[in-house]
Design a binder for this molecule. Sequence first.
Ligand code: TYM
Length: 321
Amino acid sequence: MRILTGLQPSGRLHIGNYFGAMEPAVRLQDEGEAFYFMANYHAMTSTGDPAALRENVRGLAIDFLACGLDPAKAFFFRQSDVPEVNELAWILSTVCPMGLLERCHSYKDKVAKGLSANHALFAYPVLMAADILLYDANLVPVGEDQKQHLEVTRDLVGKINERYGEGTLVLPEARIREDVAKVPGLDGQKMSKSYNNTIPIFGAQKKIRKLVMKIETDSTPIEAPKPTENSIILDLYRFFASEAEQAQLKADFEAGGFGYGDLKQRLFDAYWDYFAPMRERREELEKDDAYVEKVLADGAARAREEADKVLTRVRKAVGLR
Ligand code: TYM
């Protein structure tokens, strides 16, 4: 079985990315051949700053390694180090109806937010399909927001295989864990950089504590019981606490006598402890650029070999060879 996922290097990794994709990916690296990459071509749809792009890739690589990605097990690489992905994207785009892309939420949302719609933003899902199909991936662990992109990918496989023969491309499947599909942000909406409601997984203690204190709550007085339904604090706490701790926090909500400040502090403490070992590992990796570079170079070389096999097969099937 081949498992594949990508993350965009678009600044600080947040706990939505972590629980939606990174943590499942790290767990799955023992269950098959894993391909994990940093989608820097994709990130170009939202940044035009070369220094930031470079630095964000470096930061994301360190984050991923700190969080347990094992380069001895997984192929770990920069998307752009296997530029063949663009050729497959082109081939896919020849069978991709405009309507399929026009219907994509992520494109429609970005346009609605006033981002100017360049061709790359429109064609984003085709490149993402190519990312997946270039490695014959079977399973793609992602958060809920990528579901539609996986459907586009599957549609494109159907169209290619229908035209050029079964087996030209392998049909992948999304792996979306229900309980972590949509990690809420500080305001209760999906945690997302574009909503400015994220809690990063790494960063200065004071700064992150301040963010956690910003979680939206109602105005129930300290002594009164707090509503547990739709509580962002409780919803986030479940990621970091045992069942018993979760039950205790819920009971304290219901009993009253605790202010939201106290309850948020408990969430913050649990969060801070959870990422402690990763934070430590991250500090070590920060000092070892040469190691990180070597991991990515090796990963790219190995990934490229696999990509070549698939692309050779596809080129023959479509008549380029
Ligand atoms: P990106 O970089 O926006 O997000 C990376 C992963 O994090 C998940 N995620 C979340 N999961 C749960 N709750 C949230 N609040 C939350 N926010 C983000 C995303 O679903 C994603 O799995 N297009 C992709 C990158 C990509 C890719 C690929 C993924 C490029 N090529 C091929 C898989 C396969 C993206 O922008 O993810």
